[in-house]
Design a protein around this ligand. Structure first.
Ligand SMILES: C[S@@+](CC[C@H](N)C(=O)[O-])C[C@H]1O[C@@H](n2cnc3c(N)ncnc32)[C@H](O)[C@@H]1O
Length: 347
């Protein structure tokens, strides 16, 4: 059964309306849905990510991670990537880690992903490196008490969100289904729940809010784990601090923006990550904020310009031009340079 039929049969038989987060969850994370079976990343698919643009991205993240390990751990540890996509970022990190072979020798690597197709691609990509201790898990739940280095790129934007806006009153967006026309539409419902209204008070100024319960819960779990066992979390995503001016929910199919109700279960759906919320969760877990900055600033202050010079020096002219273009995509303020990097660690 396709995802649209499943949503109609499973959910709209019992309910007249469906909360937006529940609708997104069905499209992205439930049976046969986008993040269960699709292969989203790459030129011929739906979108491209920083590790796929250039090896420089993974190398700079890798050098940062190895430097942390040398300074703060220097023994056995967990290296955990959330949502590794095609496995490219880990491949680049492993390559630069050759500067200190002990790093790999001491690491227990775990990849967290739910996507059967991507896990297959990750296994193929990483098998060739002959590292035999990589484990896969569908979600983060670690019993190990070793310190951990946890990192992710474009993972937290995949969680579903609820959407609220204020006119006279706070309203929440819901999805309804019109069986005669076999189509979905949005409707608004007034919020009367006192606890929820209290939560929305901090979004009063702009009157727009997107809230993801699951995103906060997963980040909290990671923070708790390193708070108890030491370590660091590096989160890279597109997002905001303070507040949103407009809804950020967007859907993408084959590199083009679409409507949420198009290509049900076959397109990517994302939203900006609320970094203020993540910072707040880290602080509640007694972690310190080491870095919060743009991807541009992070890459530049950690050596991407030098890395680019070295790569260009050993390349023919055509390749030099390509390296320059890739560099601009990673740091350009209207491109990925505007993404945010949050690094939190134990005190
Ligand atoms: C946008 S892709 C980013 C891939 C990769 N990090 C990169 O930069 O190319 C999101 C990744 O997270 C995985 N993912 C999304 N939501 C997830 C969830 N709730 N649990 C586990 N993996 C998830 C996807 O399958 C995919 O590998």
């Amino acid at each position: 059964m396709n995802v649209k039929d499943r949503i109609v049969n499973k959910l709209f038989k019992k309910n007249k309306y469906l909360r937006v987060d529940k609708f997104i969850n069905e499209c992205l994370h439930e049976k046969n849905s986008y993040y269960k079976i699709n292969n989203p990343i790459g030129k011929n698919h739906d979108f491209i990510t920083a590790p796929e643009i250039s090896q420089m991205f993974g190398e700079i993240i890798g050098l940062y991670i190895i430097d942390y390990w040398i300074k703060k751990i220097k023994s056995h540890f967990n290296l955990i990537e959330l949502g590794p996509g095609n496995g490219t970022l880990l491949k680049d990190i492993i390559r630069v880690s050759k500067i200190n072979p002990n790093f790999l020798n001491y690491s227990n690597i775990t990849l967290i992903d739910k996507n059967y197709n991507l896990i297959k691609i990750q296994k193929e990509a990483l098998n060739s490196l002959k590292i035999n201790k990589i484990k896969w898990a569908k979600e983060f739940s670690l019993s190990s008490t070793l310190p951990s280095i946890i990192y992710s790129n474009e993972f937290f934007d995949c969680f579903s969100i609820r959407q609220f806006y204020k006119k006279k009153h706070w309203l929440e967006k819901y999805v309804s289904y019109h069986s005669s026309e076999n189509r979905f539409s949005f409707i608004d419902k007034k919020i009367i729940n006192i606890k929820l209204l209290k939560k929305l008070e901090k979004f009063e100024r702009n009157g727009v809010a997107e809230i993801s319960k699951e995103r906060g819960e997963v980040f909290n779990k990671l923070c708790k784990h390193i708070s108890n066992n030491k370590g660091i979390i590096i989160t890279i995503d597109y997002g905001y601090d303070q507040s949103l001016n407009n809804f950020s929910l967007q859907s993408i199919f084959k590199h083009k923006k679409t409507h949420l109700f198009d290509n049900i279960g076959k397109q990517d759906i994302t939203s900006l990550v609320n970094f203020d919320e993540l910072k707040g969760i880290a602080k509640l877990n007694n972690l310190k904020i080491d870095i919060y900055c743009s991807q541009k600033d992070f890459l530049i202050s950690n050596g991407i310009n030098d890395r680019k010079k070295i790569l260009k020096k050993n390349s023919p002219l055509q390749k030099q031009k390509k390296i320059e273009e890739e560099y601009k995509r990673l740091i350009g303020e209207k491109q990925m340079g505007n993404f945010k990097v949050l690094v939190v660690s134990t005190k």
